[in-house]
Every structure is written in structure tokens, then in C-alpha cells.
Design a protein around this ligand. Sequence first.
Ligand SMILES: Cc1cc2nc3c(=O)[nH]c(=O)nc-3n(C[C@H](O)[C@H](O)[C@H](O)COP(=O)(O)OP(=O)(O)OC[C@H]3O[C@@H](n4cnc5c(N)ncnc54)[C@H](O)[C@@H]3O)c2cc1C
Length: 454
Amino acid sequence: MKEKKIVIVGAGVAGVNAATKLVDQGYPGELITIIDMGKDPYNRKPEEVMTGFLGAGGWSDGKLTYHTAIGGQLSKYCGEEKAMELMDQVITNFKRFHPKPEEVQCSNPEAEPDFIKPYFGLRLFPVWHVGTDYLSEIAKNWYDYLVSKGVQFEWEAKVTDINFKNNTGAVTLPQSDLQHFFEYDKLIFAVGKSGIDFAQELANQYQLPDEPKSVQIGVRFEAPQKHFQKLIDISYDFKLYRKFEDKGVSLRSFCTNNNAAYVAVEETYGDHSYNGHAKKDMRYRNDMTNFGILMEINGIEDPFTWSRDLVKKVQKDATGLYYSPSRRPSQTSEGGTVSAVAINSQQMDEVREAFQGYYQYIDDFIEDMKKVFPTLAHDWGVYIPEVKYLSPEPLVKYRNLSLTKFPNVHFVGDALSARGITVSGAQAIYVAEDILSYYLRDTEYPEFISHYVA
Ligand SMILES: Cc1cc2nc3c(=O)[nH]c(=O)nc-3n(C[C@H](O)[C@H](O)[C@H](O)COP(=O)(O)OP(=O)(O)OC[C@H]3O[C@@H](n4cnc5c(N)ncnc54)[C@H](O)[C@@H]3O)c2cc1C
């Protein structure tokens, strides 16, 4: 047998789906090790938003988008039909470990309403709603299943080095600063956004070729839900969009949360940016709506550095900014105030300067929303910035997402080109299927083969 031991770096959505596919198909769990710098689902705390079992997906707003145009690149690698089938598998996994699978519901809007047409397009696609509150239970059930299948986990263990040339890696235990090493035959690199620095280091160290990328930046917009109700009735997670092809800019509303909707602070590279989540438990109902207004800007030479510099410029007192013509920052679901420094309209000019002219697109977007939703007027606020760091995206073989320079190393999830739960999980299953087909061809592992074929 040529390859045996699989190490998965990151127990996030991608890592967990890859391991599940492997053991579901009879791959011996003992040969799979998942290393994560966060905690197992029994010990992970709600404030640990980005790390631990299910990663950023573990405390997300639990919306599983079901369309190849949403959530990053998938069909580019495997085609439309396969992409949908892979996403089905991810959704099935979430339902399978859900304590009340019958509550997982799909919203599927069908027609673009006339009242938004003069100003915006509306992207229509199905979304499965899992509910943030259930994610912790799902995580525990899922974890127990993988443990029962023999999968090995290392928690609170940060992978700090990987040697792609001799298939080894180093793990540091932050509590003690102790280090140990691991070997792998196949590596699935699934570090998500919280591992983006590490991914960049490796990309630099091994001079990994990458795909050209765009900038994705904007604000998290928040307002009372009543102003948007007419549209929410048609599409719960509505996606308004507009495109300025000649300028290389497009805008979309991103990840809409309603009913019990909270703005969440994300910390990347030590800076604050914003996202949102929705609680399903109606005890948390606050009748607010929040969504990103995200610009995709093409043609910027080094989009990663450009975005990072911009994010740094819109920080104050070690957090992000909040602007509203009439409101104050809202409460978090834990009852505190969302961390943000409130600024006035003069200070907004500094923000506009930091965006180097591109903020005009966001101003126009908000102005036009005021026309489409006339009660909105001044009853809104923006948390600045919301950012999606799309870099680095190393060049991979589309067949199995392995590095073009190191064929036994597979990149998946947000560490590759995904921006959401369904696509991250689907990419990982795609890789697992490739590994399984490889083993299927390799008859030197009879136990595995007999199980797989059975
Ligand atoms: C607040 C919030 C709400 C969201 N809501 C939604 C939503 O409703 N729908 C949706 O589709 N998407 C949502 N997302 C995005 C979604 O969660 C991510 O796209 C998805 O989790 C990415 O999966 P992943 O496996 O690639 O990375 P992650 O799920 O982030 O997992 C990465 C894992 O790698 C570990 N790790 C990182 N570096 C190392 C290292 N060096 N050593 C060891 N371990 C490491 C981390 O601890 C983490 O557990 C949300 C994100 C946030 C932050």
C-alpha cells in the first residue's frame, strides 16, 4: 500500500466532513488524525467563534446554501452536477446529526419581485436552516460518531509547521509550549479563516503558485426587520446584487439574518471585522435584520495586502467602527454591546478615504435601499468593515484539490476558495472520494477493500 495515514489539519466543517465520508465508506478511523487548535464540542465555549469542532461553522448562523453561485468555488473544480450532489451530502450530514432533523427547513424563493427591479437584482437560491442553537448538539453527536469509528483527535494543538517535502509536521501545545511531530501519507489542509496566516506562510515558504483573486470588502448593515419584511416574506436570506462591469465592481447583500439576528465580531490578524448570526430559539428574538454589503473589486494588484491595509485603517481603540444617522450599536446575544466605536458623519469621510473611492458604491447601495424600502429612512447602521480574505488560494489540481507541487497535500474549505459551510464541506467530501477511489484501486489493504466493496 502506497499511502496510509491521513492527517487532517482543522476540525472545522471541511475536516469533519472529509473524515465522515472516509469512515462512512469503511476507511479505518485509526488511520485518521484530526488536529485542531480549538476544543472538542463538549468543552468549546460560545465565545470561541472560530476554533474547535466544526470550526467557524460551529457557532455560525447555520444556514446551508444550496446553489453553486453561492459560497465560493465548487463547480469550477467538479462541474455543476457533481457540485450539487456533494452539497446534498453535506446537508444530509447536518440533518443526520441534528437532534430534531424535522426542524431543518428549506426556503426556496421562486420569483424576483417587481418592487426591487429598478434598483437591484435578487439572487434566488434555496437555503437549509439548521439554527445556531442546534449546532452545539449537532457537533456533539457528530463528534461521538467519529470517535466511535476510531478517528483520533488532538485538541488545543496548533500545527505550526508542515514539511511538504518529507511529509511531516510540528504541533505546538499552547498551554505548555511543548512540541511534537507527526507524519502523514496524505494531508488534508482545512484550517479555515483562522488559519489563513499559516496557509500564507506555507504558500510563501514553498512558493506555491496561486489563482488570481478579487477584493471582497464592505460593511455589515443592520436595521429593524420591519423595513425589509416585504422582501423577507419572499426570500428569507435575500441576496440583492448589482454589477458595474466596466469598473470591475459588483455588490451584493451577503448572509442575511432575521428575527433573532445578531452582529458578530470576527477577529482576523488581530483586527476586528463583522459578520452576523441568527438564533433559532425565539427567546432571543430582537426583530432585527443584518447583512453584509460586500463589494467584489477586480483588478487590484495585491488584493490580500490591499484588504488588510484597509481593515487596519478602519480600526479604532482595537475594534471596528459603527456609523448610523440615528441608532447606537446593538446588543449581542449574550446581552453585551457589539464591540465597535461609534463615529459621526465627519469621521465617515476618513472611512471613505480609507476605501479609496470605493465607498461610494456602498453609499449608493444604501441610498437605493431607502427608495426600495421607504420606511428605512435613517433607521439603520453599519459596522465597518466586513471583509472576506480570499487569499491565499493555491493552485490545485481540479480533479482532487491537491497542490500542483505536492500531490499528497489537499487544500479544502475556506483555506482554498470556499466561503461557506456547504461548499467547504463539499470540497472536503470531493477530496475524500478521491482518496477512497485511490484505495479502492489499491488491493493491498484487504480489510478496507472488503468493507468498501461490501
Ligand atoms: C459568525 C459566523 C457566521 C457564519 N455563518 C455562516 C452561515 O450561516 N452559513 C455558511 O454557509 N457559512 C457561514 N459562516 C462561514 C462558515 O462558517 C465557514 O465558511 C466554514 O466554517 C469554513 O469551513 P472550514 O472547515 O474551511 O473552516 P473552519 O470551519 O473555520 O475550521 C477551521 C478549523 O481549523 C482550525 N485551525 C486553524 N489553524 C490551525 C492550526 N494551525 N492548527 C490546528 N488547527 C487549526 C481551527 O481551530 C478551526 O476549527 C459563518 C462564519 C462566521 C464566523
